[in-house]
Design a protein around this ligand. Sequence first.
Ligand code: CP
Length: 402
Amino acid sequence: MTTPRFYMYQNELVLEALNEKDRYVCFIFRFGKWLHYENVIDPVVTGTHLTETEATAWLAQIWSRDFRQELSTAEAKRKLFCWKNKPRHVLRSQQFDREFLEKYLFCESNRIQVLMAQRGGRESLRQTCRHRILLTHFYEPSTRTRLSFEFAALHLGMHVLTTENAAEFSSAIKGESAEDTIRILSGYHPDAIVVRHKQDGIIDRMARFSSVPLINGGEGTVQHPTQALLDVYTIFSEKKQIDGLTVVFGGDLKYGRTVRSLAYLLSKFDGVKLVFVSHPAFKMGEDLKDHLRERKVEFEETESVNNALRQADVVYWTRVQKERMSEDLAKESEKIISRFTIGREELRNMKQDAILMHPLPRLREIRSDADLDPRSAYFRQAENGLYVRMALLQWVTEPEID
Ligand code: CP
């Protein structure tokens, strides 16, 4: 007799164990009934329907205790015999706590990274989410986020459908609201939907109408939670810790969403210091700074690139988001950028064990002569996006037993 395993597999509730004769037995909850399988190769062919009473009696037998007592309350019964389809949306970086990051995301992303380096590992990963469906629906251009999600889904055995230019090639162009669109799309029963949109706050509104997990793939100037997750994983895998690090953020801190999302996540760690380096036109917003004050996270603001680089354990540089500002400021930014550029020369000011990150795409703010320096981690960071998004897709497509 073994302890029974109780888990979700491909959207179905499964209970399996060895019975008193050491024979494999398994229950699958399907079509509102428990199917009972015993020592069979192909349970779908030979399974028989059990009533709830029969299933309960059988479970009592293999668990060698009176399982019926546990089912005496409505709550216990609901836990065993049904699960709510409560979608696990990914809307903002603040929703994740340290426990999720350290106990699930970092371990699982690392496991996936190791498996992806081996052919057998890649084959086993392809069974993980077989036959599930991912829809990517992007109203704004993307290379990394959309394609790494799509590769992540394919490596997990999922099917992928995509609208890569939803602003033009969906009924948004005819004036359909994003809320109506998501109602329609989630009604087609994908297992998850990733959306990118230029409007602040719209993904929250869409999530209210989505019956399947909705993942924010970048939203206006406010949030890019999956980027923040891959960033924090990159920091952890490169530095082996996050507590106590000094993280220097530079570039366009006003219109960029990646710095904000990552700063929210870093504020959950102990003794982290944040340094914001920017021209006054691109300063970090007061709302984020208020959040840091509330959480008693030390931070400072400066215009001196080299002073900031000297104290950094992690440097996180960003491009100017010309697409989100006035034409005049976009033109002016050309002059500003030259003061906020990092290359081989500036890297001399960084500690030997510091790392240089960038969410990419980069323009001129990191010169290509920095690429060969082992501290330049931005291409490793982009690759981590695949592993982190694979871990995330597994998590969101597992229905929550509530
Ligand atoms: N870092 C990032 O979000 O890149 P894409 O715009 O290419 O998705």
